[in-house]
Each structure stands twice: as structure tokens, then as C-alpha cells.
Write a protein that binds this ligand. Structure first.
Ligand code: CDP
Length: 216
């Protein structure tokens, strides 16, 4: 970890509320919010565009190595473009939801994206959310939070957002894969957001950070 910049790691399963909490926390604390899942989604979107079979690991990695991926920041939030196209709503299509966890199980792909995630810390303090931020991307940060919610609540949140998502399948794949599986990292404070409002969850996360030694 960079000596001068701090990383807040927020991990948790699909639709647990990580992104919303990370965004609010980052705004309150004046940090950059980085959505690491968007990177896995961007590669998945491009692979599907190229007509490559997501389960064909060799073809995926070859295509990934040729992709021109640019990670940036706009209004304090991470952005991503692939081959010159800035991606946003494309990242949340049902096809991307269905295939992203397959690509995320390829360790070569993870290595490449983890390097891009770590690069954010070279210039800024960040709140980064994902599955392996506390365990793999920034294992040395003391600021680790794991946000959970019951399966029913998470599925209901996604359908309320009008998004067709395979939450249970992605969770199973993300937790069972060999490469950097989703897990509670050592030292992380766990927040169950099932019966909390967004404000209550953000407050709980702020309190957790203070408990972990965060100082403004
Ligand atoms: O927001 P949501 O919980 O739906 O997922 P996301 O954060 O956008 O991540 C999409 C997928 O990318 C996850 O289901 C994982 O398969 C993968 N991912 C990962 O493996 N590691 C990360 N640090 C972030 C996402």
C-alpha cells in the first residue's frame, strides 16, 4: 500500500448495498469512490460484443490482453472505457450479469484488473468496493468493512431497481471460486444491512471506520 494514501475496502455479496454505501462514504470523507466490479463488467461486456464465448478462458485472456482499458475518475467516482468507448449503463445488462462471475474466476484476468485497482491509490485516497478488496487488493489497509444482507432482501433490492440479475448464482460462483473468493477478510467489521436504511448503513460504516482507527 502507498505510504501516503489511505484505502477503505468495502466487500460483500451482490446487491448488499456496497456501492451506495461506498459512494456516500466517499462523498462524506472526500475520497475517490472506485467500483471494482465495473472493471469485471466492462471486460465481460467487451467479450460479449466480440462474440467470444465467456467460458473460453484462453480466448478471453487473449482478447483482454489486446483491450485498451482506461480507468479514470469523474466527479469523485471511477470511470472506465474500453477501446475508446466510455461504459456505464452497458455494464448492467442481463447478459453481463449472467456472465461476469465466469470471467471473474480467471486468475490472469484478476491479476490485470487488480493492478489497475491498486493504481488508483498512487494519486488519491480511495473507497473501493468489490469482493476481494480487503483480502487481495489492499490486504494491508486497516480499514475493512464487509456489508451483508439476507438473500431475500438482496434479490428484492435488485428487482426493485428494475434489474434482471442472477444474484444467488453470482454469489455462489463468487464465493466458491478458487481465485480470490468472496469472504470476510481478517479484521473486517461486518455490517448486516438487511433491516437498515441507506443512511443507517452509511452511519454504521462511518462508526466502523472510527472503530478501526480512521481519523479525518
Ligand atoms: O454491484 P454488484 O454487487 O451487483 O456486483 P459488482 O460489484 O458490479 O460485481 C460484478 C461481479 O464482478 C461480481 O459478481 C464478481 O463476479 C466480480 N467481482 C469480483 O470478482 N471482484 C471484485 N473485486 C469485484 C467484482
Amino acid at each position: 500500500m502507498s505510504a501516503s494514501h489511505r484505502a477503505v475496502a468495502i466487500d460483500g455479496p451482490a446487491a448488499s448495498g456496497k456501492s451506495t454505501v461506498a459512494k456516500c462514504l466517499a462523498a462524506r470523507l472526500g475520497l475517490i469512490m472506485v467500483n471494482s466490479g465495473a472493471m469485471y463488467r466492462a471486460v465481460t461486456w467487451q467479450i460479449l460484443q466480440d462474440g467470444i464465448l465467456p467460458s473460453d478462458q484462453d480466448a478471453v485472456i487473449q482478447a483482454f490482453e489486446r483491450m485498451k482499458i482506461i480507468c479514470g475518475v469523474e466527479d469523485g467516482v471511477s470511470t472506465i472505457s474500453v477501446n475508446g468507448r466510455m461504459l456505464s449503463s452497458e455494464l448492467r445488462t442481463p447478459a453481463v450479469n449472467e456472465n461476469v462471475s465466469t470471467l471473474a474466476s480467471f486468475s490472469k484476468l484478476r491479476e490485470g484488473l487488480v493492478a489497475m485497482q491498486r493504481a488508483y491509490l498512487e494519486s488519491d485516497d480511495v473507497v473501493m468496493e468489490g469482493r476481494d478488496i480487503g483480502s487481495v487488493v489492499f490486504p494491508e489497509t486497516p480499514f475493512k468493512i464487509y456489508i451483508d444482507a439476507s438473500e431475500e432482501v438482496r434479490a428484492a433490492r435488485r428487482s426493485k431497481d428494475g434489474e434482471a440479475d442472477v444474484v444467488a448464482e453470482r454469489d455462489a460462483q463468487d464465493s466458491q471460486r478458487e481465485a480470490s473468493p468472496l469472504k470476510i477478510s481478517e479484521g473486517a467489521i461486518v455490517i448486516d444491512s438487511s433491516s437498515l436504511t441507506i443512511d443507517q448503513t452509511v452511519l454504521a460504516a462511518q462508526e466502523a471506520l472510527i472503530e478501526l482507527g480512521w481519523e479525518d
